[in-house]
Write a protein that binds this ligand. Structure first.
Ligand SMILES: [Mg+2]
Length: 407
């Protein structure tokens, strides 16, 4: 007997409540997706629950668009939950009024929506794809302020699954986030068994049968990364540092790389606290790796990326990219990458190697990029001259949903 909907949440006043409420939406959305894919009418209780969460995420009176939440150390943090609200609102339309109502909503919201869909349909044609590689964030999911609350909408999951099931042999979501902790499996609304997940940029994966695999890392390096992650966890569990797990990327212990947010897009954290965290992370890294042989720290301004260096065959140090991931997954999962056509969808230059690797053995590979500025578009066109560009994740997922039905 499936327990469809956990009890609806009360007011959301603390970060813990926010995370619990969004986690509950993942379970509800996944259940709704499964019901829809099975041809059933989704339980109306799902929409009732999502609506209660949406109400709980309202901006705090007197704080503009921001919602004020209580932190474990008694301080408050103002967060912008606009994306979470937007995704919930779309799901309410989808679940309560149906798919066509959602399409009409998107057509009103997005300039040239119908024209983009038409261009997309022509681009895809009636091909049956062997591999469907897709990035997640920025490609099939709009960017959120916090990874842990960026739960996929039910509509996006339904559209992706329908396309995957009807027009592709091997659907693979390839993301830089880890599998868990929080990772892709914590924020997906796709029922298990339908997609392969390549996480940590494809250095670890979960296949459709539920098997996990990961690139081998030399034991010495593995032990160092484990020690680093333990020290970082202890650092962010100090009450004054807990905020860093709750903003932006939070703490993500990826396979071969650890990401720790030191700031978010809204600048929620005071500059001196952010700088203090960076200094503490550098001290920890230096104490574990005094010669700087095993870790490389990249500071994006928002995130600290502590990357375990991998020796390449020429004796140099190489960063693993999504092209390496395609080749690795092909070896592990027998994708038959030489047999096209493939479809590759992404939103940044980091996704270019994924499309190039798919076509490396001569298979026709279609590439769709989402939401790129002119500069990025030019860079992508230089490498993938026939790529199609779409304005947003909503347009891409709507296209795939439509293409599935018509394909
Ligand atoms: Mg992306």
């Amino acid at each position: 007997m499936m327990h469809a909907s956990p009890p609806a949440p009360q007011d959301i006043e603390t970060l813990a409540q926010l995370f619990a409420a969004m986690e509950a939406t993942q379970a509800i959305r996944t259940t709704a997706v499964r019901e829809i894919l099975d041809g059933r009418t989704p339980d109306p209780a799902h929409a009732v629950h999502l609506e209660a969460v949406l109400t709980g995420l309202a901006p705090t009176p007197g704080q503009g668009a921001m919602t004020q939440l209580l932190l474990p150390d008694g301080r408050t943090l103002n967060v912008d939950l606009a994306q979470e609200r937007k995704e919930l609102s779309k799901d309410l339309i989808f679940l309560q009024s149906g798919e066509q109502a959602l399409m009409r909503h998107l057509a009103r919201e997005i300039d040239g929506f119908d024209d983009h869909l038409e261009a997309g349909r022509r681009f895809l044609g009636d091909r049956q794809f062997n591999c469907f590689f897709t990035d997640r964030d920025g490609t099939v999911q709009s960017y959120h302020g916090r990874y842990a609350t960026a739960v996929q909408s039910a509509s996006s999951a339904v559209f992706l699954c329908r396309f995957a099931m009807s027009r592709t042999q091997s659907p693979i979501m390839l993301t830089s986030a880890p599998l868990r902790g929080p990772g892709i499996l914590d924020v997906t609304a796709i029922p298990s068994g339908l997609f392969v997940y390549g996480a940590s940029k494809g250095r670890e994966y979960l296949d459709r049968a539920g098997n996990r695999g990961a690139l081998p890392i030399p034991p010495r390096k593995k032990a160092l990364l484990k020690a680093l992650n333990e020290r970082l966890l202890a650092l962010v569990h100090q009450p004054e540092n807990e905020v860093f797990t709750l903003i932006g990327s939070g703490l993500q212990c990826k396979f071969g790389q650890t990401t720790l947010a030191r700031q978010d897009m809204d600048g929620s954290v005071a500059g001196d606290r952010s700088a203090g965290l960076r200094a503490a992370v550098r001290d920890i890294t230096a104490s574990l790796d005094p010669a700087g042989e095993h870790f490389r720290i990249e500071d994006t301004g928002l995130d600290l990326e502590i990357i375990l260096t991998i020796d390449d065959e020429a004796g140099g140090i190489k960063d693993f990219d999504k092209g390496d991931a395609v080749a690795y997954l092909d070896r592990c999962l027998g994708l038959g990458i030489e047999n096209g056509p493939h479809l590759a969808c992404g939103d940044t230059p980091a996704d270019i190697p994924m499309a190039l690797a798919a076509s490396a053995r001569g298979a026709e590979t279609l590439a769709i990029f989402v939401g790129c500025d002119d500069l990025t578009r030019d860079m992508i066109r230089g490498k993938l001259p026939s790529a199609l560009f779409l304005p947003s994740p909503d347009v891409l997922t709507a296209l795939l949903g439509e293409a599935a039905r018509n394909g």
